[in-house]
Design a protein around this ligand. Structure first.
Ligand code: TEU
Ligand code: CA
Length: 539
């Protein structure tokens, strides 16, 4: 068992490969493209890259529908390219974390092709089937991307269960043969030298559809402990489970310091706050700021010493944070840095999603320019339900997953330097102002701020280990907290508001050393300017 927890002071960078860098002009990002940007990533200072899926896939859900777990999709390159990436990244002190999609496979996976041949095919029980008659579903469960969660296979006279698209049949974790096959596959990747895994919707593997159970099924942690024992515990890896259904108690199980399950989870409590209670993410509501503070405080204090947090504002499913909870018009740079400072002072492992370090923003496309299956289905469904076009577009502008999937903005040249061909999805038109080339050598850029925050986390153990204390809990504009260990006290003050506010902590005194801020001159007096943020070391 490995006790070496390198990932506690690491910062991880997420790459969405198809939108990162295209090396061969087909308009789709690829592995050689990533290899060509390793210097950029090393300069930023990150320790590991989480790669969204690059395995062979018909791309119904952009790679989250895998048809061969042990091969690379030709769109991204070859297995040899993947081996080169792992090796070259290593030379840049970067580990490669793969995305494991274990809740479902593609319907084009060999297992599923076999499974639907007959009820007594050895692979039939790798998936979740129910008898029935055509048109009468086993129950009324719905799939995440719309429509029923059951699909009829006339040849078998059975339905298969799918929590996501029809092309993503759910795997049956009750079957020990399937589990063994998955462990062998994972160990094969470990043998290739990957640095860890991100586990897609891992809280949904132990489903019991007859009881309408999808998340947090009764056997979930039993399966996870077996998975961890058979695979992850044999190497020095970081593992992070995507768990929409995790509260702090469950997170302690997942990230138990005894290493019996995973290193940490992604939990989404903070990121679901700006939607109407009990409704969908498309049903927009203003962010309840005091609630946001309460959620962070609860996670920071309850996991202290008992589990491990991941820290994120963004990923490939979420809108851009500067557009969402900052201000991408008047205070783009200031608010992007404020959000970075707020998050990077907390305990946990920070994740930066590609382009976040540049302050990349949401987009507003014509409907025909959207690509995401979830967005396309939503548009159709809500039109049918009688929503107006304007209402639907408002939700899509705010929450479409394509906000995160526009090509990485490398420079102000054609297609933002992402491709010399025609990009698979349009580039955000603001790439002439917002791009990496304009920021990498500017310490005052958003990039410069992220780079500094990463450097500080490596320098002071208080970031990884310090205790968290919330300050001025009731303040409706300011998010402020302390982190403390025996040696250091770190103070973070953030004005979350787009106007000037009173600093509830009063005027900064001479004993406060500013480590990072987001205005050119340090704060004077007892006010905080719009989105002003500071991270201080106290003596
Ligand atoms: O996402 C899990 C998930 O539940 C998503 O459907 C999420 O709710 C949605 O994107 C929010 O709008 C993971 C992956 O991150 C996502 O990209 C995949 O589409 C999904 O699993 C299926 O594999
Ligand atoms: Ca390409």
């Amino acid at each position: 068992k490995s006790q070496n927890k390198w990932w506690k002071s690491a910062v991880i960078y997420q790459i969405y490969p198809r939108s990162f860098a295209d090396s061969n002009g087909d308009g789709i990002g690829d592995l050689q493209g990533i290899i060509s940007k390793l210097d950029y990533l090393e300069n930023l200072g990150i320790d590991a890259v989480w790669l969204s899926p690059v395995c062979r896939s018909p791309q119904d859900d952009n790679g989250y529908d895998i048809s061969d777990y042990q091969d690379i999709d030709p769109m991204f390159g070859t297995l040899a390219d993947m081996e080169t990436l792992i090796e070259e990244a290593g030379k840049h002190h970067i580990r490669i974390i793969m995305d494991l999609v274990l809740n479902h496979s593609s319907d084009e996976h060999r297992w599923f092709q076999e499974a639907k041949k007959s009820r007594d095919n050895p692979y039939h029980d790798y998936y979740v089937w129910r008898d029935g008659t055509e048109g009468t579903f086993p129950n009324d469960m719905r799939a995440a991307f719309g429509g029923p969660a059951w699909e009829w296979v006339p040849e078998l006279g059975q339905y298969y269960f799918h929590q996501f698209s029809v092309k993503q049949p759910d795997l049956n974790w009750e079957n020990p043969k399937l589990r063994r096959e998955i462990y062998d596959m994972i160990n094969w990747w470990i043998g290739k030298g990957v640095g860890g895994f991100r586990l897609d919707v891992i809280d949904q593997i132990a489903k019991e559809p007859d009881k309408r159970i999808t998340g947090n099924g009764p056997r979930l942690h039993e399966f996870l402990r077996e998975l961890s024992r058979e695979t992850f515990q044999k190497a020095d890896l970081v593992t992070v489970g995507e768990a929409w259904g995790a509260d702090t108690e469950l997170a302690k199980l997942y990230s138990n310091p005894d290493n019996s399950e995973l290193s940490m989870v992604f939990q989404f409590e903070h990121i679901c706050l700006d939607q109407e209670a009990g409704k969908e993410k498309w049903d927009l509501a203003p962010l309840p700021f005091l609630k946001l503070k309460e959620v962070f405080e609860r996670w920071q204090t309850q996991l202290y010493g008992k589990g491990w947090n991941s820290l994120f504002w963004n990923n490939h499913d979420l809108p851009r944070i500067v557009s969402r909870w900052g201000n991408d018009r008047k205070y783009r740079v200031e608010s992007a840095k404020m959000l970075a400072i707020l998050l990077h002072g907390l305990q946990g492992t920070p994740y930066i999603y590609q382009g976040e370090e540049l302050g990349m923003t949401n987009v507003r496309y014509e409907m025909e320019d959207y690509r995401d299956i979830e967005t396309l289905n939503l548009y159709r469904e809500r039109l049918e339900k009688g929503y107006t076009e304007a209402e639907i577009m408002r939700s899509i502008y705010a929450k479409s997953r394509d906000n995160a999937r526009t090509p990485m903005q490398w420079n102000d040249g054609e297609n933002a330097g992402f491709t010399v061909g025609k990009p698979w999805i349009k580039v955000n038109p603001n790439y002439r102002e917002i791009n990496a080339a304009g920021q990498i050598s500017d310490a005052n850029s958003v990039f410069g701020c992220y780079r500094e925050l990463i450097r500080l986390r490596k320098k002071y153990p208080v970031y990884a280990e310090g205790e968290f204390r919330m300050l001025c809990r009731e303040d409706e504009n300011v998010f402020a907290y302390l982190r403390e260990d025996e040696e250091y006290q770190l103070l973070v003050i953030c004005n979350f508001h787009d106007g000037t506010v009173q600093n509830p902590l009063g005027e900064p005194d001479a004993g406060m050393k500013l480590l990072v801020g987001n205005y050119p001159e340090a704060c004077r007096g007892a006010v905080l300017r719009p989105y002003e943020a500071g991270m201080y070391l106290l003596d």
